[in-house]
Design a protein around this ligand. Structure first.
Ligand SMILES: [Zn+2]
Length: 226
């Protein structure tokens, strides 16, 4: 509880009003605020990740308490996103995600190891697995979703539709590189409060991939064969 006391003190340093703080371990409502209008008391419920929130985040929190508009939520959302792997999903705790890296044609952990060494100084700690067979991860126009990065589980899932002879190695590398970048380049938050993952900074970093143009070309011409 001493962490909670320290956090309360930090908040009180910037906020003079009456406040009641509760630390939660929720998976969805990690942050909630309620103002009791007749007393002016603020009931604040924060996930335990906030116990180590740095001063700028505390200041944003106070700004939001004083004036709870979407704009003031931005830094809070980014903080939550950055720590999302510490917000344990109850489902995932009881059902550990099976991690399968060996496919028929590709071994995902071998590919990731190579990319990690070449582009991330071997420093990125993230898991990779084939997604569930038979599940097409969303089809939009000419674009199958080939993979995704689950920040909660720190896991990259690759669509098993890619485990085919026709898929060139550089394309698999590109797909994994792209998802690894999601771990490195944080999303930004638009004015309306939506997370934007493929930011300008992200697109720039993506071009560092050696076969970027070739991979994009291959995708354009071959997606329908997958
Ligand atoms: Zn992406």
């Amino acid at each position: 509880m001493c962490g909670q006391l320290a956090l309360e003190q930090k908040i009180r340093h910037y906020y003079e009003g009456s406040i009641r703080l509760r630390i939660n371990n929720n998976t969805t409502n990690v942050f909630s605020l309620e103002k009791v209008y007749h007393t002016g008391e603020v009931k604040l419920s924060l996930h335990r990740i906030f116990l180590k929130a740095p001063t700028p985040v505390i200041k944003s929190l106070v700004r939001f308490i004083k004036n709870p508009i979407e704009k003031h939520k931005k830094d809070i959302r980014i903080f939550i996103y950055k720590h999302s792997d510490e917000i344990e999903s109850k489902n995932s705790a009881s059902r550990p995600t099976p991690v399968v890296t060996k496919g028929k044609y590709f071994n995902l952990s071998t590919i990731m190891g190579r990319i990690n060494e070449k582009y991330f100084h071997n420093r990125l700690r993230v898991m990779v697995s084939w997604g569930k067979a038979g599940i097409v991860m969303g089809k939009a126009r000419s674009n199958i979703q080939f993979a995704n990065f689950d920040a909660n589980k720190n896991l990259i899932r690759v669509n098993p539709a890619l485990d085919k002879r026709i898929v060139p190695e550089y394309f698999m590398e590109y797909i994994i590189f792209h998802e690894m970048l999601h771990k490195v380049v944080p999303p930004t938050i638009s004015r309306s409060g939506r997370l934007c993952f493929h930011t300008k900074a992200f697109r720039q970093r993506e071009r560092e991939f050696k076969d970027f143009k070739k991979a994009v070309c291959w995708q354009r011409e071959n997606w329908h064969r997958l």
